[in-house]
Write a protein that binds this ligand. Structure first.
Ligand code: HEC
Ligand code: HEC
Ligand code: HEC
Length: 333
C-alpha cells in the first residue's frame, strides 16, 4: 500500500478549496520580488536597446525565450554563467560572477510568473519542425555555424567536449536545453529586433539553410537527440520502383543515361563523369547514403557537387520511389 501523506492531503485540499485570491497573493509576492530584486539589473519593459546601455540581458520576452526547466535551474543557481567574459565584457563593474539564487519554491513561482507575464506577440510558431530534423541537416547546420562566423563570438563544444569559439557572447553548447524553438527562430530572423548591435549574421540565408542552423542549435546539449530518419518513414515503406523509373527518366537520365551507363547528353564536359549506375551494386548501398546523396547532392557525401541536390525539387515519395528503382535495377552484375 502507498504511504498516506497528511501533508499532501492538506495541500491538495488547499488547492481545491482555496479562493483564487490566495494565488493572486503568490503573484503579488513574486511581483514584489521581481520589482525589488530582478529589476535592479534586468529590464522587463521597454524597447530593445544596445547591450552597452544595459546591466544584464533584457527580460521583456523572457516568458517565451526559455524552456521552463532551464529557467528554474538557472534561478536555482544550477547553471553556469552564459557569458564567459561577463555580460558587459567592456566594464569591470558589478557582476560578482554568481547570479542571485532563489529557493526552490521561489524559483518555481518566478518561472511560472515570467512565463505567464512576459510574452512577445512577434513570436509565432516556428517554421522548423524538429520532428523531421535529420542528422545530415544538423551536420549542415554545424557547417553554417562556422561559415557565418557564429563560432567567432559564441562558444560550442567539440567532439571531445572542449569549449571552442570566441567567448564574446552567450555560450551556445547547451542551447537546445535553454531556448524555445519559437523564440530562437524569430531571433534568428533578425537579432537586431532583440539586441541592437548584435549583427545580422543570417540576413542573406535561404529558408532551407535557416532551418539547418536553427535546428542544429536546438540539438546542442540535448542528450540522445532523436533525429528523423526519412528512410524509415511511410514513404519508404510504400516505395514503388515503377513510379521511380518515371522519376529517373525525368530527372536523372539527362546525365546518367537511359540505361544508367553514364552517357546522358548532360554528361559531356563533366569531370568527374556521372556515375555509371549499370556498373554499381546500388542494391547493396545503404539506404541512408542513397537518400542523403540524392536529397542533399553529391557534396553532402563527399562526392562531386555536379551530382545535384534534389531535396527541394523531389517529394519524399519521389525520392523513396527513385531509390526503389535504383535498387531493383542496378545490382552491379
Ligand atoms: C545583480 C544583477 C542581477 C540581478 C539582481 C538579477 N540578475 Fe539575472 N542576470 C544578471 C546578469 C549579469 C546575467 C548574465 C549572466 C551570465 O550569464 O553571464 C543574468 C542572467 C539572467 C538570465 C539568463 C539571461 C539570458 O542570457 O538569456 C535570466 C533568465 C535571469 N538573469 C533572470 C533573473 C531573475 C528572474 C532575477 C530576479 C529573481 C534576476 N535575474 C536577478 C544580473 C542580475
Ligand atoms: C560579432 C559577434 C557575433 C557573431 C559573429 C554572432 N553573434 Fe550571436 N550574438 C552576438 C551578440 C552581441 C548577441 C546578443 C547577446 C549579447 O549581448 O551578447 C548575440 C546573441 C545571440 C543569440 C541569443 C543569445 C541569448 O541568450 O540571448 C543566439 C542564439 C545567437 N546569437 C546565435 C548566433 C548565430 C547562430 C550566429 C551565426 C549565424 C551568431 N550568433 C553570430 C554576437 C555575435
Ligand atoms: C547534372 C548531372 C546529374 C544529374 C541530373 C544526376 N546526377 Fe547523379 N551523379 C552525377 C555525377 C557527376 C556523379 C558522380 C559524382 C562523383 O563521382 O563524385 C553522380 C553520381 C550518382 C550516384 C553514385 C554515387 C556513388 O556513391 O557513386 C548515384 C546513385 C546518383 N548519382 C543518382 C542520381 C539520381 C537518382 C538522379 C536523379 C534524381 C541523379 N543522380 C541525377 C551527375 C548527375
Amino acid at each position: 500500500m502507498k504511504r498516506f501523506s497528511i501533508r499532501g492531503l492538506v495541500i491538495l485540499l488547499f488547492v481545491l478549496i482555496a479562493p483564487s485570491g490566495v494565488w493572486a497573493g503568490s503573484d503579488g509576492y513574486v511581483e514584489k520580488l521581481i520589482n525589488r530584486q530582478c529589476k535592479s539589473c534586468h529590464r522587463f519593459e521597454g524597447k530593445p536597446t544596445s547591450k552597452f546601455e544595459l546591466k544584464a540581458p533584457d527580460m521583456m520576452w523572457s516568458g517565451v525565450k526559455y524552456q521552463s526547466p532551464w529557467l528554474v535551474r538557472w534561478l536555482l543557481g544550477q547553471e553556469d554563467n552564459l557569458y564567459p567574459n561577463s555580460y558587459r565584457w567592456d566594464k569591470s563593474y558589478g557582476f560578482s560572477r554568481k547570479h542571485m539564487i532563489l529557493t526552490q519554491e521561489e524559483a518555481t513561482l518566478v518561472a511560472a510568473y515570467i512565463e505567464k507575464t512576459y510574452g512577445d506577440s512577434r513570436i509565432k510558431k516556428s517554421f522548423v519542425d524538429m520532428s523531421t530534423f535529420t542528422e545530415m541537416e544538423a551536420g549542415l547546420g554545424a557547417g553554417i555555424f562556422r561559415e557565418y562566423s557564429c563560432l567567432g563570438c559564441h562558444q560550442i563544444k567539440d567532439d571531445e567536449g572542449n569549449k571552442i569559439g570566441g567567448p564574446i557572447s552567450a555560450d551556445l553548447f547547451d542551447a537546445g536545453n535553454r531556448y524555445t524553438l519559437d523564440w530562437w527562430s524569430r531571433f534568428a530572423e533578425n537579432p537586431q529586433d532583440f539586441t541592437p548591435h548584435s549583427g545580422e549574421y543570417l540576413a542573406d540565408i535561404s529558408p532551407r539553410k535557416a532551418r539547418h542552423i536553427i535546428g542544429y542549435l536546438m540539438t546542442l546539449g540535448v542528450k540522445d537527440f532523436k533525429y528523423y530518419e526519412p528512410w524509415n518513414s511511410e514513404a519508404f515503406k510504400q516505395a514503388d520502383a515503377k513510379r521511380g523509373a518515371k522519376v529517373y527518366k525525368e530527372y536523372c537520365v539527362q546525365c546518367h543515361g537511359v540505361e544508367g551507363k553514364g552517357d546522358g547528353p548532360g554528361a559531356k564536359g563533366l569531370d568527374p563523369k556521372p556515375a555509371v549506375h549499370a556498373d554499381l551494386p546500388l542494391a547493396d548501398y545503404p539506404e541512408d547514403y542513397l537518400y542523403n546523396l540524392i536529397y542533399y547532392g553529391g557534396k553532402s557525401v563527399g562526392k562531386s557537387p555536379n551530382m545535384p541536390d534534389w531535396g527541394v525539387t523531389l517529394s519524399p515519395q519521389n525520392i523513396a520511389d527513385v531509390i526503389a528503382h535504383l535498387r531493383s535495377t542496378f545490382k552491379g552484375e
